[in-house]
Structure formats: C-alpha cells, structure tokens
Design a protein around this ligand. Structure first.
Ligand code: F6R
Length: 590
C-alpha cells in the first residue's frame, strides 16, 4: 500500500528510482513521482497514472542527479491526481517528502501551519510533513526532521531530502515497512525487498520509532524518541532476482499460479518447527485464527480442520478481532496470525492486542523479517518466494499447507488421531505438487470454460465445511481481478435467501469433494439447476476435473483451477489481473 524508494550514490538517481518504483508498483499504482536534487535545485516529476507513463514524460536522461526519493501511490487522502501525487514539498521547495501510511492528526497540524502562513497544494495528509520540517529548520536538517516526526500521530514510512544538505536522505518508520539496502558507495531505501534486489541483498530493517540518516557511504539509525544511536544487524535477502521477475509469463499472477506446486513443497520445509509448535499448542484451551482477505480464508480452513478433530477454534477477520473478539482473549488462548506480507495493519494490531491480553501468538508468514515475525512468539515460514501480483495465489497454497500440517500434528499430539494417519496424510501432501501440476497441464480446458462464461456479471460459489473457504477464496479472486459480482455461500445456506437471485444462466461454481457430504452437495446443486443456473462442478468427475485426493486435502487442490479460471476471465475481459483497480498489495493502513 504505497511504495517508497530512495537512492544516494554515484549513479543516475532518476533511472534507478524509476526501476525501483516499477518493482514496487504492486503496492499502489494510481499515481507516481520522483524528486531529485540536481545542481542545488529540486526536480520533481509526478502525475496520475502508471510508473512507465510518468517515466517516459520525465525523460530521465536529461536529469543529472545522484540523490532522490520516489513514490508509487494508493490513494488514501485525496483523489489520484497530479497535485496529490507524491513527492510533496514545503513553501520554499527546500524540503521534499514521500510517505506511506496515514497521519491521523494531519488536520490539526495543517490548520496550525496554515494559520502561520504555509500554503498547501494538495489534499494529502503527507504535505504537512515538509511544511513542518521547513518551520522547524534552523541549521540542521536532521534536527528539524526528527522534531517534525515527533509531532506525527498514526502510521508512516517517510523519506525526505533537502537542498540545504543535498548529500543525505532522512527516513523514519512507525507501523509501515521500510528497509535500507546497503551498496558499495551507494545506498537504497525501499518499502519492500523486490525494489532493491537487482542492486544488493544486504539490508537493514527499520523498526517502529527508528529514524535514519543515509548518505552514499554511511547509514546511521537512531531512536526518534531519545535520539540515541541504534546498532542494527545486517540481514541477507534469500530471494533471487528470477523469483521477482515475470520469467516469460504475461502476468505475475499466472507465473505465481504455476508456482503453486512449489509453494506446497516449500511450505513442508518447516515441518520440524510445525511439529514442535503443535506440541506447544496443546496447552491452550482455545485457538483463534486471525487474518485478512485470502489469508483469512486460510485461517477459516484451519478452524474447520481443527473442528474436524474436535479441537475448539475460531477464525476471525483481523479488522473485527482487534475491536471485538479481543475482549474475550486471555492467557488460555493461542492466536494464529496468517499473513503473506507480514505487514497488514489490522493483523499486526490484532496480534499486539492479543499479546497485551496474555495470549500466545504464532504467525504463519511468507516474508522473512517482516513486522509480524518480530512481534510474534513463534513463526512458521511458508517460503513461497516473492508474491508480486496483487491477488494472492501461491502464498495461499503455502498457508494451507502449513495450516494442514499444523492441524494434523496438533490432532495427533492431543490424541485425537493416530500418528500413523498423520504420516499417511503427510505422504499425500508430498504427492500434492504432482497433482497440482496435472490441473495446471489442463489449462486449456479451464480457459475454454472461462471463454464460455467471461461475459457473465454474477457468479455464485458454494461449498461445505473444509471447502466453504475454497468457495470464499474462489469468489474473492474472481471479483477482485475481473470486477464481476461473486458471492460465496455454505451450500446449505443457499435456500435461506440467495436462491432468490438465481435465474437462467447464472453460473454456480460448486465445490464437491468425494466425501460424506457429497450427496448433500448434489442436492444443493440440483436446487440451483432447477432454477436454470449454469452449474460448474469442481471435483473428481466435475467440469473442472481434479485428481483423486483424500478429502482432507481437497482444499489444497480444488482452489487451483479456480485461481486459473479467475485469471482467464480477467484477461478475457481485457483487464490487467496483476493490478486490479482500487486495490494494492500489503494493506498497511487500517
Ligand atoms: C486477495 C489478497 C488480499 C490479502 C490480504 C492479506 O487476493 O491478496 O485479500 O490476502 O490483504 O494480506 P497479507 O496476507 O499480506 O496479510
């Protein structure tokens, strides 16, 4: 959600900044901009639109600069427009700022600044920052920056440059991600690792209340509150460049769907940690899964899985958990937070609240070193590799695998199932990547079905028990990237209202594994068919055919054709599945 970047070194800053922005574009893409210091002057290029368009009009080759900051925006305050695009500057054009997050007290700050004669050009919350620095500046950019940051409430990752001290970028972080990439005679600032991968793998991770002074040869990190210097450990990014590239696929989303077999395999690498953590979990009376969006659907599977083994559990979306469910949490509870990015604001807030209530917190996370991993008691990594497409696909498979293994070990450890059965299912999980590949090899059939239904504007998805989350996830995917109205229901619920909406030709996607509820699902399908709905069954003998699988693992297989189906519908409708409108990856605001 908004990407920020910075560069200081000996190379051409505008070129590097636009390259970095391109790699951060998944975080927001309604407008973008860069600011560089060139010849004691500030040059700003910003506009509404995509990074490539703005880059072209900027004409980087004409700008000579070795320091600058950049931003790709997902609008919060003020519509996407040239004046609301970042970077923002003060009245003198001497201090320039980019920001990710929300400054909650910006109205008060803005009113005060206006009363004191400052002129504002945008509707953003961010613009107060350069004006505050301007007002507080006497001799030191750093002092003015720190004093300005101390006045802000809310969340922020901020980078600032100044013509008064053109050799440095000042940065600060609270509740929005920010890293520093360490180069040789050059340094980089970014919201996320893919932006700096082509240049360096050595990074420093900023924590809440850290601020930094970054020149081409030096990085100093200090505490915003005390001004004391902080020593940070240099971390190494494990992801490769290829993983963060499209690699011949037309879209990241398609590439990532084709990486789903590896996502399952990679998640099993954590099997030893999962086994140990499962033992710990047996000591808790109630288990809560907390997450947002797709990750919440993974949590819901966790709940159904544990209930299957008679272990009480609940799944709650983080934006509700943090304000309601948390009132019921105590030290008898274990909270399992699930997140691809490890930076989702509501999930982080839920974890903090749960910890305050004495709960044990386990996180299932993809991004190593993300904020969530640093505030949890234990972490299980899914090792899915970088997920760049806004819509989550392979990360979901990683989450489902980790949760299934955890549920199995927990049930085994608490004596609800035999360990032999656990090992049998683990063997099946090891065979799962091959079965997923069989589905992916059938892409043409899925595409054919998508062609038949691409002009439909309403879809229903139904499933029961473990595959109710699959229905929810299938519906979410198609609605977010294809802009069709899609609803998911537990199949038994259809006749309690939604059936009224069914009419001739409306597609109903029914997920029907070969289990004890197979016949019940058949009846629900018949009810929809009787209203002339177009039925698409996902299952062993369905329209979207799936290999034979233990029903317990069916959610890990049945979502795959639905991901591909949603992708093709989006492309057939002429849309860009990697950058759905109004959305952004990594939702770092509430
Ligand atoms: C949907 C999607 C989102 C995310 C949600 C949580 O395709 O990607 O719903 O799943 O924003 O994000 P993470 O997992 O990063 O916490």
């Amino acid at each position: 959600m908004c990407g920020i970047a910075g560069y200081v070194g000996n190379r051409n800053a505008p070129e590097i900044l636009f390259d970095m922005l391109k790699r951060l574009e998944y975080r927001g893409y309604d407008s973008a901009g860069i600011a560089c210091i060139s010849d004691q002057d500030v040059v700003i290029f910003k506009d509404r639109g995509r990074v490539d368009e703005i880059r072209e009009s900027a004409g980087c080759e004409r700008i000579i600069s070795d320091i600058g900051i950049a931003h790709t925006r997902w609008a919060t305050h003020g519509e996407p427009s040239e004046c609301n695009a970042h970077p923002h500057s003060d009245c003198t054009n001497g201090f320039i700022v980019v920001h990710n997050g929300i400054i909650e007290n910006y109205r008060d700050l803005r009113e005060g600044l206006m009363e004191r004669g400052h002129r504002f050009e945008s509707e953003t919350d961010t613009e107060v920052v350069p004006h505050l620095i301007e007002e507080l500046y006497t001799q030191s950019f750093e002092v003015a920056f720190r004093e300005a940051i101390k006045k802000l409430r809310g969340s922020f990752a901020i980078a600032a440059i100044s013509i008064h001290e053109p050799d440095k970028i000042l940065i600060a972080r609270k509740e929005s991600p920010l890293i520093i990439g360490l180069g040789d005679g050059e340094n980089f600032i970014a919201s996320d690792t893919p932006a700096i991968l082509p240049n360096t793998r050595r990074i420093l991770i900023m924590d809440d209340f850290d601020y930094g002074i970054v020149t081409k040869d030096r990085v100093k990190i200090k505490d915003i509150r005390t001004g004391d210097e902080i020593k940070k450990k240099i971390q190494t990014i494990q992801w490769s460049m290829e993983q963060a590239e499209r690699g011949g696929y037309p879209h990241f989303m398609l590439k990532e769907i084709f990486e789903e077999p590896e996502a399952v395999k990679n998640a099993t690498k954590a099997i030893k940690e999962i086994e140990d953590i499962a033992k710990k979990l047996t000591g808790y009376k109630r288990i809560y899964f907390v997450a947002c969006g797709t990750a919440y659907h993974a949590g819901l599977l966790g709940k159904y899985l544990l209930e299957r083994f008679s272990i009480p559990s609940e799944a709650v979306v983080a934006s509700e958990f943090r304000y309601s469910t948390v009132n019921t949490i105590d030290s008898d509870c274990a909270v399992i937070a699930i997140s691809q990015s490890g930076e989702t604001a509501d999930t982080l807030a839920s974890v903090k609240e749960a910890k305050n209530k004495g709960a044990y917190v386990l996180s299932i996370v993809n991004v190593v070193g993300s904020t969530l991993t640093r505030i949890s008691d234990d972490n299980i990594y899914t090792y899915s590799g970088p997920e760049i497409a806004v819509a989550s696909t392979k990360a979901y498979l990683g989450q489902l695998t980790a949760i299934t293994l955890l549920g199995l070990y927990l049930a085994g450890e608490s004596g609800r199932i035999e360990m032999d059965y656990v090992n049998e299912i683990i063997d099946d999980i090891n065979n799962l990547p091959g079965k997923i590949r069989q589905i992916l090899n059938n892409e043409d059939e899925i595409k054919k079905l998508a062609r038949r239904l691409a002009n439909k504007n309403t879809f229903f998805y139904i499933g029961r028990r473990l595959n109710y989350p699959t229905a929810l996830e299938g519906a979410l995917k198609i609605k977010e990237i294809s802009y069709v109205h899609a609803e998911a229901y537990p199949a038994g619920e259809l006749k309690h209202g939604p059936l009224a909406l069914l009419e001739d030709g409306i597609p109903v996607v029914a997920i029907n594994p070969n289990d004890d509820l197979f016949r019940k699902m058949e009846s629900n399908i018949q009810e929809a068919r009787a209203r002339k709905a177009t039925i698409i069954v996902v299952g062993e003998s369905g329209d979207l055919k799936t290999p034979v699988i233990d029903p317990l693992l069916s959610p890990l297989l049945y979502i795959v054709p639905l991901h591909l189906f949603a992708y093709h519908i989006s492309v057939l409708r002429g849309l860009d599945p990697d950058k759905p409108r109004n959305l952004a990856k990594s939702v770092t605001v509430e």
